[in-house]
Design a protein around this ligand. Structure first.
Ligand code: SF4
Ligand code: SF4
Length: 466
């Protein structure tokens, strides 16, 4: 985006690092305005969902669980096992394409409004900081002040509050992984029984405390890979938080009762003071901008105060501002949309056709056929995975052949809930029905007399059966 930045411009430096390479601490002014209020309400909803979701149970089972350790995932009450990971993989691809498409159209607005890092930083920890240490300017003074009783009390209270919230977040985070029942055990039983879980809580708490008390905006400006992708995803049609340089420049101080012959930017610096990443949006779109829209609120307030039209900083594309044209639906948007529709279609199909029982029946490696009393038999290994919370009794029946299916060492196929049954079985076929080396057999899998799936497997016979 164009800029009227002076020579030696912002692109030569990072806003939060000084010439000596030292951290420049950001003390943003507390945002106020309609967009900030909307973000606050959205974050309340978001935080309520985040903290309550692990505790929601349906028929005594978690509604949401991401158990990476045991590779067991429950999403909205549906259990997904490692066998379903291709659905997960496809889901991730759909998500990445969606993020790319969303960013091409709306820029980094996800970061400012939905990202957990920003929500916790700006809507939880920063609010507590304003409450204990005061607004940005007061925080700056406190940081420079010598360590007296007041500073020790304020900093100590803040860090204690930060640590407690980090602890709560760490526990909630762990509850998503191991479930609330396991978490309760860690909380209520001796530490020695749960060394791993206890260590995880300490590590998570420390990481969250470090991030929110010290590392802060650097997660977005230095670490986050999504932030780094903006350069390739944004174009002149992307709608991002933008300063209307056509209208705003040449900037200059506002003088009451004096006709203004320059641009509308009154150079009040409020947009800069309020920015949590310490940048000046008037320099144009920058990687550090998380599209939190705090500068829009700040600028609108100033525009109203001096009687100018609001929207000097607004959500707009470069084409909107520089060419005064509407945003276009570019070929890139069309291409991404097409890919996403196809992928979504496949994902929906896979989810809809997903069954409660995962089945694998494969001929035992290294085994040939056996002949006995006019019948041929093959040995198979089976594995039946029960993805539900109920035990299952299954029956196997020949579909396209006359014969018999016999389990080895068992008289019935019992598959325990959330578990699997594995073993071997023989398939017997009348020798006269086998006329080739390999015959495709279809076996019906039944539960309570109802067919739930048909499996296909190959049956090995002699080269020519007589
Ligand atoms: S420039 Fe504006 S939208 Fe971007 S991070 Fe700063 S305050 Fe938020
Ligand atoms: S808040 Fe608006 S008027 Fe003030 S410096 Fe920023 S862009 Fe200019």
């Amino acid at each position: 985006m164009s800029t009227n930045a002076p020579a030696g411009s912002f692109r030569d430096k990072v806003a939060t690092v000084d010439k000596e390479g030292k951290r420049v601490w950001v003390f943003p002014t507390m945002p106020k305005g309609k967009l900030y209020n909307a973000r606050t309400w959205l974050s309340i909803l978001y935080l309520a969902v985040f903290f309550l979701l692990p505790f929601v149970k349906v028929n005594g089972h978690p509604f949401f669980l991401i158990n990476i350790l045991e590779r067991k995932f429950i999403l909205f009450g549906q259990i997904f096992w490692p066998q379903d990971f291709f659905i997960f993989g496809l889901g991730m691809v759909v998500f990445v394409v969606f993020v790319a498409l969303f960013t091409v159209v709306f820029g980094r607005v996800f970061c400012g409004w939905m990202c957990p890092q920003t929500i916790f930083m700006e809507m939880v920890f920063r609010k507590i900081e304003y409450w204990i240490e005061g607004d940005g300017a007061q925080q700056k003074l406190l940081a420079k002040a010598p360590w007296n009783i007041d500073k020790i009390m304020r900093k100590g209270t803040k860090w204690l509050a930060f640590w407690l919230i980090s602890f709560v977040i760490a526990n909630t985070f762990l509850a998503y992984i191991i479930g609330t029942d396991e978490l309760n055990k860690i909380m209520n039983e001796p530490v020695g029984n749960h060394v791993g879980g206890f260590t995880a809580i300490v590590i998570f708490t420390s990481v969250f405390f470090f991030v929110y008390s010290w590392f802060r905006e650097q997660v977005c400006t230095v670490v986050c890979p999504y932030g780094r992708m903006q350069g390739v995803l944004l174009d002149r049609d992307s709608i991002v938080v933008s300063y209307d340089h056509v209208r705003g420049e040449q900037r200059g101080k506002y003088k009451k009762n004096q006709e203004r012959a320059i641009g509308d930017c009154i150079d009040c610096m409020q947009c800069v003071r309020v920015c949590p990443t310490g940048i000046d949006i008037r320099n144009g779109t920058q990687l550090e901008c998380i599209n939190c829209t705090a500068c829009i609120d700040a600028c609108n307030k100033m525009m109203e105060a001096v009687g100018f039209e609001t929207g000097l900083i607004r959500l707009a594309s470069e084409r909107n501002i520089a060419d005064k044209k509407l945003t276009r639906i570019t070929p890139r948007i069309k291409a991404y949309s097409g890919v996403m529709v196809v992928l979504l279609g496949v994902l929906v199909y896979l989810l809809a056709s997903r069954t409660d029982v995962g089945i694998s029946v494969l001929r035992t490696p290294g085994q040939l056929f056996q002949e006995e009393g006019g019948r041929l038999s093959n040995l198979y290994n089976y594995k039946f995975l029960n993805k539900t919370y109920e035990d299952k009794q299954l029956q196997l029946k020949p579909e396209n052949f006359k014969g018999e299916i016999k389990l080895v060492g068992k008289d019935r196929l019992h598959v325990p809930k959330e578990d699997y049954a594995a073993g071997a079985l023989f398939v017997y076929v009348d020798k006269r029905d086998i006329s080739q080396r390999k015959t495709q057999l279809r076996i019906g899998v039944y539960e309570n007399g109802e067919k739930i799936k048909t499996i296909t497997t190959s049956f090995l016979g002699p080269f020519s059966a007589n």
